[in-house]
Design a protein around this ligand. Structure first.
Ligand code: CA2
Length: 148
């Protein structure tokens, strides 16, 4: 089982500001957490971060045929990007949306998620653990699908 884990704009700045919202750990620590979690779950992963909407769209398109599923934290593009929504719909790979913070209890504009409209589930509000929940959700979904 192979997952593409995509992170959107400014997540490379984790740990530098707003630790009360996003935690104290930096992006390198997030990548290490993702590698360790995937290894423990017996899942292969490729992790990518971009500050550019088109690059994220390209990565989603290129995932077709190479990955079993996508975990995506589109960051600010969550709330604006129909392009990412359309790319996720186009590739038809099972996808799970992730957020470090709970976007439903923050500013009103963060409660709209376009990407989430193409995702099986949203894991949010639990910091790095949100990613673990998403990885486990996607793994369980794919194992159940294989059984049927
Ligand atoms: O909670 C999340 O994971 C978000 O996707 C993070 C985004 C935000 O725009 C979403 O609404 C929710 C922000 C990404 C990182 O932003 C930083 C800002 C300053 C310092 C470090 C990171």
């Amino acid at each position: 089982m192979k997952f593409l884990i995509l992170n959107g704009p400014n997540l490379n700045l984790l740990g530098l500001r707003e630790p009360e919202i996003y935690g104290k750990q930096n992006y390198a620590a997030l990548e290490q957490f993702l590698r360790d979690t995937c290894e423990a779950e017996g899942v292969e992963c490729v992790i990518a971060q971009s500050n550019h909407e088109g690059v994220l769209v390209d990565r989603i398109q290129e995932a077709y045929g190479l990955f079993d599923g996508i975990i995506i934290n589109p960051a600010a593009y969550t709330h604006t990007s129909v392009a990412i929504l359309d790319a996720l719909k186009a590739v038809q790979l099972p996808a799970v949306e992730v957020h470090l913070s709970d976007i439903s209890t923050r500013e009103a504009f963060r409660s709209i998620s376009y990407a989430g409209m193409a995702c099986l589930a949203t894991c949010k509000g639990h910091g790095f653990e949100s990613y673990k929940e998403a990885i486990q959700y996607l793994k369980t979904y794919l194992l159940k699908k294989k059984e049927n």
